[in-house]
Design a protein around this ligand. Sequence first.
Ligand SMILES: Cc1cc2nc3c(=O)[nH]c(=O)nc-3n(C[C@H](O)[C@H](O)[C@H](O)COP(=O)(O)OP(=O)(O)OC[C@H]3O[C@@H](n4cnc5c(N)ncnc54)[C@H](O)[C@@H]3O)c2cc1C
Length: 247
Amino acid sequence: MQHRVLWQKAIVEEIIDETPRTKSFRLRIDDRPPFRSGQHYDVRLTAPDGYQAQRSYSIASAPESEGVIDLTIEIIESGEVSPFFHQVVKVGDEIKMRGPIGGPFTWTSDTGGPLLLLAGGSGVVPLMSMLRHRSAAGSSVRTALIYSARTTVDVIYRDELGNFESEDTEVRSTITLTREDDAGWTGERGRVSTRLIDDALAFLKTTNAKVFVCGPDGFVEAAAELALAAGVPFQSIKTERFGPSGT
Ligand SMILES: Cc1cc2nc3c(=O)[nH]c(=O)nc-3n(C[C@H](O)[C@H](O)[C@H](O)COP(=O)(O)OP(=O)(O)OC[C@H]3O[C@@H](n4cnc5c(N)ncnc54)[C@H](O)[C@@H]3O)c2cc1C
């Protein structure tokens, strides 16, 4: 049954510094409705003069986390809403939220797999909810993540992603850096490529994977094209666009 999506109050319970440009906000919502990994919430800010700004943020946490949702927000310095979250919001504040929202870009453990998750920058957020749900639900669905970040310090959830991979042989997490900052980095470099997708599909042992692509518009277009060219059926590729690419 579809629930009505009404504006609700949420209380900021915790703020976690993830990277220099991203923070996670744990929000407690009374009677938090159930959600599916991949869904998002709308957040509305109202200035003292009545001016309102509304933006969407994907849920980072697993549906199993009771009463709360986590949002992970990257700061866009010239923006209206993300700097407010980074510079003004504090623990105990009340935020107006509406959700959960979103249909096709969702995954539950009953849907099965295998899963190919393609993330660009903060596009890793809803895919992290899927990985957290997979783990909390005890799912053994074979899963490959390819996550494109700028530099090592920009990699969100790095330790947790490493743990998913080291604790479960059915999970593979590949981080690729698009800007060279760290001479000691021994992982992949460059944009998501045909080779990285082919490697991930080889790990999944099929091209018939459920693919979720999320990030800036340009990333989503390029990565979805690569998955299609690698033989993934069109109808198996779900995309979520966060907006224009950063600098
Ligand atoms: C379904 C959905 C889910 C989303 N989930 C997340 C999430 O989990 N985490 C997250 O950090 N963001 C997420 N976003 C993006 C978010 O909604 C905002 O667009 C973003 O936070 C910028 O808002 P702002 O008010 O700070 O900037 P704005 O005032 O909207 O924009 C300021 C300037 O920055 C540019 N800009 C806008 N968005 C971006 C961007 N993403 N990168 C670079 N430049 C940009 C604009 O073109 C404009 O020039 C999501 C978007 C959608 C549609």
